[in-house]
Design a protein around this ligand. Sequence first.
Ligand code: ATP
Ligand code: MG
Length: 378
Amino acid sequence: MEERNINEKAVWDVLQMASEVVGSRTLFVGVFDEQFSVMKAFNKEGGSLVEDGLTLPLELAVCNLVTCDEPLVIPNTIRDVRTSNLAIIDGARVGSYLGTPIVLEDGRMFGTLCAVDPDPYQFSESEIQGLNRLAGILSHIIYKNQAAVLPKIEEKILQLDKLALVGQLAAGLAHEIRNPMQSVRGFIQFLFNENEQAEPFQKIVLDELDRMNELINNFLLVTQPTAPKKEIVSIVEVIHDTVAFLKSEAALYNVEMNVRIEGAIPLVSIDPAQMRQVFMNLLKNAIEAMEKKKRGEVNLIIKEWEGWALIDIQDTGSGIPLSIINKVGNPFFSTKDGTGMGLGLSICKTIINEHNGKLAIESDENGTVVTVKLPLTL
Ligand SMILES: Nc1ncnc2c1ncn2[C@@H]1O[C@H](COP(=O)(O)OP(=O)(O)OP(=O)(O)O)[C@@H](O)[C@H]1O
Ligand SMILES: [Mg+2]
């Protein structure tokens, strides 16, 4: 049997990150031998669950069902034909299962990154994709076995820590700040009414307070997302509303916005207010990417594709330099000194994830295309 070279630190790092994705569920990495049976398995406590020759724990047998092609999701192992007749399932420690293949760059299957819940559970699209991405990172490290890749992982962990910390701070701070600010706003308005000389400053002061309020609300949206209140609506209408709302801002930047609908677009189940927020942020980014003096164009193309509503937002702006493309979308990353909070894309990602959708960005010096994918449920 070929001795697999396993970078245990990388496995452990990835398992730690995976626990950010699937919470308290049991996680492990199973490593296959040439016959596709699990020869080693690691859990997130850093231990090796199985050594050669020992009996495999129940859940490991399920690993074998994962193929090279895509994640295996079994929300209910007792009801699923693929697992219901496996004797091990009777042990009932595996109520549901998510396994993502770790495929090396030469196409060989190294093993699986798996999450197991003792009860039936429907893993969300963002959990599946999150684990799949981590399996991809792991396969890259294992294949190259390059120490240079590790700092990237550490950076990711730091980023997750930062997010968790920001979340805790935001929850406390927002409530502390938002309420007194509302009463300050009321009192200031009253004081201005009493003093006519101060009237020219009224708009400035109130606008600034409103901006502060908006920042706090945005902050909360990223860190404490509210569950979407879904309705069956037309995505085309939601987009038309948002475009109409931003018409004057676009004119200021000398930008023309066009909406093109390709074919009939079925209705979607979304929270219209949250989704307006997504398109507002993406359109604002597109508009802000244009040089003010030159004429620019933003084209929105809406189409249906294999059970998804696809919305492309193409701009003719400056594009995103390769050197920062990985940072774009991290909370507080902004190149707009002072004018941007760097929260727009984070808000979009949070909302789209909650809708089991996807966000992709492609960019070159001719402009940027941001694609939003939303599942069509009807
Ligand atoms: N369409 C785009 N074209 C070029 N750069 C973009 C585009 N969209 C995003 N970016 C880059 O990504 C960064 C982050 O965007 P994001 O929307 O998260 O924050 P922001 O626009 O800077 O601030 P905020 O949205 O909070 O006002 C931007 O500062 C910009 O550098
Ligand atoms: Mg923005």
